[in-house]
Design a protein around this ligand. Structure first.
Ligand SMILES: *Cc1c(COP(=O)(O)O)cnc(C)c1O
Length: 380
């Protein structure tokens, strides 16, 4: 490839469209603190996500930390290590202890069979991840949470706009966090949101992200600062107009990968359940390490200026900063998957012939390893 192909590329409006959207800020001089664009984006997102209660944040990570604080969680939170550092950090930075459940070997979401065995009298919440936009077993998680009176917060950073049986992903659990980071399906440059079940939480959530201020002379909470500003909201308003077309283009890329790679023996491709409308956020492939290693493909593509990512390796319970704090052996499936998974480039503007080239390189690598196998079996 002459030009490098990154794993993702941010969706953006035309420069003219963005300028048009921000022009009136030079009149109003209202740049942050619940401006008109913030208010409009909040309404439009509630509409798009088909969810009643929403609060915007300057990023997804802080949204997660703030909802943990608003819920006043204590003790232990059950989560998974197969995620971005943010999920685990949000728990630890809140002074809580993450307890790691293992993941399913096919959709990589939280495994629910052994979930109850991880619950102790210290457990206050479950924080599962809709990883790659794959939706967790929300029914079973809800059943268990009810039984033990636990809060459920979903890390839905990957799942913007996904529906299951017509139900929006934003309506599962007590709250869900969305990330609008530049690399996500829908972006506000940096940004995020909480969708939450209890409408009475709105006042506290809004106050917490603005220093706990509830009136001109009242500060009711020890809040911080996590507000979305008007330039972020303006980017969101522009991107929301085209997000459906962007997802449609992602779908074409996704299907092209499937077409190209479905015959290859030794890799597991992603699949979308019949009742799910996907956002085609990632294309994770799982290598059968017996045949060919994930690292080989990662290296080989890099030689051709194609950049894949080992999402999620290392697991969060193996990160440098948590060394010797956790026991990764307790999540053997996650440990195994983390060694074999690779996410391929996927974004709306990725050309289909580039997808073909990426797939040809992968297939060539498989064929040459097969040839080596054959040689070895002949010589032994
Ligand atoms: C992106 C991401 C986050 C953090 O979101 P930011 O908006 O970047 O703060 C959290 N969890 C997961 C799984 C993510 O991919």
């Amino acid at each position: 490839m002459d030009k490098p192909i990154q794993v993702t590329s941010s969706s953006m409006p035309t420069l003219d469209e963005y300028i048009e959207e921000i022009k009136d800020l030079w009149e109003s001089k209202w740049l942050t603190n619940n401006g008109a664009k913030h208010a409009r984006l909040e309404r439009e997102l509630a509409d798009y996500l088909n969810t009643p209660n929403i609060a915007l944040f300057t990023n997804g990570h802080l949204a997660l930390e703030y909802i943990i604080e608003v819920f006043q969680l204590k003790g232990e939170v059950i989560t998974t290590p197969f995620t971005f550092a943010s999920t685990t950090h949000a728990i630890v930075r809140s002074g809580l202890t993450p307890v790691f459940a293992d993941i399913n070997p096919t959709d990589f979401t939280m495994q629910t069979d052994s979930l109850e065995s991880l619950i102790t009298e210290k457990t206050s919440a479950i924080l599962p991840v809709h990883v790659y936009g794959n939706i967790c077993d929300v029914k079973e998680i809800e059943r268990i949470a009810k039984k033990y009176k636990l809060k459920v917060i979903y890390d839905a950073a990957h799942a913007f706009g996904v529906t299951v049986n017509g139900e929006s992903v934003a309506n599962f659990g007590d709250a869900s966090m969305f990330s609008f980071h530049a690399t996500k399906v829908f972006n506000t440059i940096e940004g995020g949101a909480l969708a939450f079940k209890d409408p009475n939480l709105k006042q506290a959530i809004e106050a917490y992200k603005n220093f706990g201020i509830t009136g001109p002379e009242t500060v009711e909470y020890i809040g911080g600062n996590a507000k979305m500003n008007e330039f972020q909201a303006a980017m969101g308003l522009c991107n929301l107009r085209t997000v459906d077309q962007e997802i449609e283009k992602r779908k074409l890329v996704y299907e092209r990968y499937l077409e190209n790679l479905s015959e290859v023996e030794g890799i597991m491709l992603p699949s979308i359940p019949k009742d799910v409308i996907s956002n085609f956020s990632y294309f994770p492939v799982l290598f059968d390490s017996e045949k060919i290693s994930r690292d080989e493909i990662h290296q080989e593509l890099m030689k051709h200026n194609i950049y894949t990512r080992k999402y999620f390796y290392p697991l969060t319970n193996q990160l440098e900063c948590y060394r010797s704090k956790f026991t990764p052996n307790h999540t053997p499936v996650a440990q195994n998957i983390a060694q074999r998974i690779l996410t391929l480039p996927l974004y709306a503007k990725l050309q289909l012939d580039a997808v073909d080239k990426i797939c040809t390189l992968i297939k060539t690598q498989f064929n040459s390893s097969k040839a080596t196998d054959l040689k070895e079996s002949i010589s032994t």
